[in-house]
Design a protein around this ligand. Structure first.
Ligand SMILES: [Zn+2]
Length: 128
């Protein structure tokens, strides 16, 4: 290895020239750096996945009301708004009581919505 600064012939084990203390340039060092960079990118990928924000559990965003209970009430007494009262929506229940489940349309829609798990209680939480 020849020092570029002072021209002294030094051994390969030196990183700095022992005569002028300037940094020795080994061309093979640059080639070795590339695989290390690629390895770092591969190693960083699992970290990126785990650092993603944790998904909020659907369990915490569900109504405490029982879905099968709401479905039975809706099928049997849905025309009278029983499932609305069960879900805590008294106003809707009274409306269903006087209109026969919105003339049967609201009743059918609610059966589908309860079965699909998209029917919500008075707090807007889905009954699942
Ligand atoms: Zn030198």
């Amino acid at each position: 290895m020849v020092c570029k600064n002072c021209g002294a012939n030094v051994g390969k084990e030196y990183r700095l020239c022992p005569y002028c203390m300037s940094e020795l340039e080994y061309p093979e060092n640059k080639a070795e750096q590339q695989p290390i960079i690629i390895q770092n990118i591969i190693n960083n990928q699992p970290n990126v996945a785990t650092s993603a924000p944790p998904t909020v559990s659907n369990h915490q965003l569900c109504s405490p009301k029982d879905k099968s209970m709401a479905l039975i009430l809706c099928v049997v007494l849905g025309m009278l708004g029983a499932h609305c009262f069960y879900a805590g929506k008294a106003g809707m229940g009274i409306l269903y009581l006087f209109t026969g489940g919105l003339f049967g349309i609201g009743w059918i829609v609610d059966i589908i919505r309860i079965a699909a798990g998209s029917y919500t209680d008075s707090h807007g939480l889905p009954i699942k």
